[in-house]
Write a protein that binds this ligand. Structure first.
Ligand code: PNS
Length: 160
């Protein structure tokens, strides 16, 4: 079975991430979404919240599984026996960061390869951080996040 690991912060998952996962499902039998829980930036949603939003989004797609990891991404991929890591590319600006990260990871292990998939144009400008900013300031983010995330954002805004 061909399995890909799609790692990220997913704080929260956006329609851009969903687009990448659908594209990966065209190539791989299973996509494991790996939610990083030790990210340097402080997250808006807890690890458990980020995981459950992704699980709810893909509840009808058994080929998507959601796990979490802390520590090095490449160690996690090797532990899971996964040889391909997927990352999404939006625009030129993503490339430098992704290239740097993939190069560092390649120096850490030769057992994992990175594969970059381009999001469709309508997602070029969508990012978790912009979604959070628009939502916090009362803007409509319904086109940029899957349904389950809209609910979580609403509840979160009510609570704050
Ligand atoms: O969604 P993001 O924030 O762009 O995802 C970045 C992520 C989580 C994939 C990256 O920060 C990562 O791999 N973190 C785990 C720690 C690690 O392996 N760092 C070395 C990267 S070269």
């Amino acid at each position: 079975m061909r399995v890909a690991l799609y790692p990220g912060s997913f704080d929260p998952i956006t329609t851009g991430h969903v687009d990448i996962i659908h594209r990966a499902l065209e190539i791989f039998d299973q996509v494991e979404v790996g939610v990083a829980t030790n990210i340097r930036k402080t997250s808006t949603f807890s690890g458990d919240e980020r995981i459950s939003m992704i699980r709810e989004t893909f509840k009808d797609e058994p080929r998507v599984i959601v796990t979490s990891f802390s520590g090095l991404l490449v160690d996690y991929a090797v532990d899971r026996g996964i040889k391909t890591v997927i990352r999404g590319l939006r625009a030129v600006s993503d490339f430098e960061y992704e290239f740097q990260m993939a190069s560092m990871n390649r120096h850490l292990t030769d057992q994992v390869d990175f594969m970059f998939l381009m999001t469709s144009e309508e997602h070029f400008f969508v990012s978790s951080s912009l979604v959070r900013e628009v939502a916090v300031n009362g803007g409509d983010v319904s086109r940029f996040v899957p349904g389950p995330v809209q609910e979580h954002l609403r509840n979160r805004l009510k609570a704050d």
